[in-house]
Design a protein. Sequence first.
Length: 233
Amino acid sequence: MRPHLTMNDKSNPSDRQLLYRELDSLVTQICQESSNPWKRARLLNQLVTKMKNSGSIWSNKDNVPYYEDALQEQWEFFSNNLCEARTGTQYDRDRSNVITWFNNYFKWRLQNCASRVNRENNRRDDREQFYEDGTAIDRIDTLPAEDETHAVECIQLLEEIQSWIETNPDGVLNECIRGRKDITCQVILRSKLSGKDFTTIAAEFGCAYHTIYSFYRKKCQPHLQKFRERLGY
């Protein structure tokens, strides 16, 4: 189910245009301020505060549980791509004002979260089956022979991967995020194997979501793929 989202904008057209001009002026100052990172951060904070106070950011009328996570991700995306294309498409003032640009990406992000939640719920419904007495059914017990063999192979692969992550025999999982020796491939893969998503991992370590995700894709995932290939998967 997609979240029902509405904008809270009670201002008249002239007020909105004035707001857009103020925001546009701040964007210009931020993007021109490349020599002083502290001043740039202060200007960016002013921009974010004005946008939040404008009442024009997509609201959470349906109280979807993933709203705050998605909003935090969107602010990170916004900050990273306002002046340079670091993790996505850079803001283009010739195509839209900065609030419209923010909301368009935020709306997509929320809908993507909704789809992900629906998929997880469907998988959970498939897994959670019970006998008449309320006892949970072991799905392996209900599989045909060939499917049972495949399930056992998957379990064995999972156990091999878990052992490899924990022992880290060749040390490749010691690679870490620059400046964060505590966030290694071993740590991230262990967290993923326990069922945690990247939002949770990022929050636990006080690290930006896109930093965790990018490091996983560029460093951790290739190590995992090579290990699986060595096992013949």
